[in-house]
Design a binder for this molecule. Structure first.
Ligand SMILES: Cc1cc2nc3c(=O)[nH]c(=O)nc-3n(C[C@H](O)[C@H](O)[C@H](O)COP(=O)(O)OP(=O)(O)OC[C@H]3O[C@@H](n4cnc5c(N)ncnc54)[C@H](O)[C@@H]3O)c2cc1C
Length: 309
């Protein structure tokens, strides 16, 4: 299909059309999409649930391959899930099979593929803690490969897949543990309740715009920072300083550019109030970066992925 509007395929509901659009239920469809792109000399991008991207108003001038693979297989305490499986489906299937360890993933609105790429996580859990191996298609070598967790080089919201876009995640195998369904379900209820306090459920956003500022970020002089801003000490037990805290402290909650707004509930969520353009979100990102840098001398880094910019 050509000239397909991408906004409906994103959580932000923002963005122009894809020049070409392919829905891939099987690996062969991914390969065909890549062949098609290379035959036309166009770039390609893989799309999961579209919950971590901002698509430009001009759209994407190449081939968008949307993954729709849905297979989940369970063998003992291992779960093998296609990249197109939603995190919610993965969690619910694992729990139904009496497996535990990935309950934290239930509120992540993305797919397995997008979540492995970004080493998604919340409530103290991360993909890297439960991954056993990842199957990829290398679009340059034109071959499938199995990758160990070490080869995936996972870091905070980071992996080798962010640096090597030619590696398309086809499936991932998760190592879980035997659990108790009742306990897992209780945990899920607790996570949902915690999310409802801090997030405007149902609003149009891409989740956290920025990564938190890890204490071990290269070049960060933690002692100097704590001397200047002792209030950051309250986050000493966390992996880093929440970006939301910095944006809030810079007085930006509720700040609007056009129809894009910094959420009043969670300052690291920039919401589309309806009819926002990508340009407006990008301007709001600039406002936040500028103000946080001036107040704390800290550089915010995007967690979201830009498409077509
Ligand atoms: C309300 C809300 C709450 C959120 N909460 C969290 C949270 O608690 N923790 C968290 O970590 N994230 C959170 N997110 C962000 C998002 O859900 C995750 O980053 C998710 O893992 C993205 O998956 P996706 O399928 O939507 O990826 P997409 O947005 O479709 O794609 C993101 C990037 O991954 C690439 N990609 C997608 N699939 C593949 C694949 N198979 N192979 C290679 N590359 C691929 C895309 O090209 C793109 O660059 C939240 C988002 C929203 C909207």
């Amino acid at each position: 299909m050509s000239e397909v509007a991408l906004a409906p395929y994103t959580y932000y509901k923002i963005g122009g059309p894809a020049r070409f659009f392919v829905e891939a239920e099987e690996t062969k469809h991914i390969k065909q999409g890549i062949e098609f792109a290379s035959g036309k000399g166009l770039p390609f991008i893989v799309l999961g649930a579209g919950s971590n991207i901002l698509v430009s108003d001009a759209g994407f001038p190449g081939v968008v391959i949307r993954l729709r693979s849905k297979q989940i297989d369970i063998a003992g305490d291992r779960v093998l899930a296609d990249a197109g499986v939603s995190m919610a489906q993965l969690v619910s299937k694992a729990i139904a099979s009496g497996l535990s360890g990935i309950e934290w993933g239930v509120g992540i609105p993305g797919t397995v593929g997008g979540s492995v790429r970004g080493n998604a996580g919340c409530f103290g859990g991360e993909i890297k803690d439960v991954i056993a191996n990842v199957r990829v298609y290398n679009a340059v070598a034109r071959e499938e490969q199995a990758m160990s967790p070490r080869e995936c080089s996972f870091g905070y919201r980071d992996s080798v897949f962010k640096r090597k876009p030619e590696l398309i995640i086809l499936s991932a195998e998760f190592q879980l543990t035997e659990g108790d369904r009742g306990v897992s379900q209780e945990r899920i209820r607790e996570y949902a309740a915690r999310r409802s306090v801090t997030q405007a459920i149902g609003s149009q956003s891409a989740g956290c715009i920025f990564k938190n500022i890890s204490w071990d970020r290269p070049g960060l002089d933690v002692q100097k920072l704590l001397r200047r801003f002792p209030e950051f000490g309250q986050f000493a037990k966390l992996p880093g300083i929440p970006a939301a805290y910095c944006i809030d402290a810079a007085g930006l909650k509720g700040k609007q550019v056009g129809r894009a707004q910094i959420s009043r509930l969670h300052a690291n969520y920039f919401v589309n109030l309806g009819g926002a353009s990508a340009e407006e979100v990008v301007m709001l990102v600039g406002v936040a970066k500028d103000n946080v840098r001036r107040k704390f001398g800290l550089q915010l880094e995007e967690e979201i992925q830009y498409v077509g910019f």
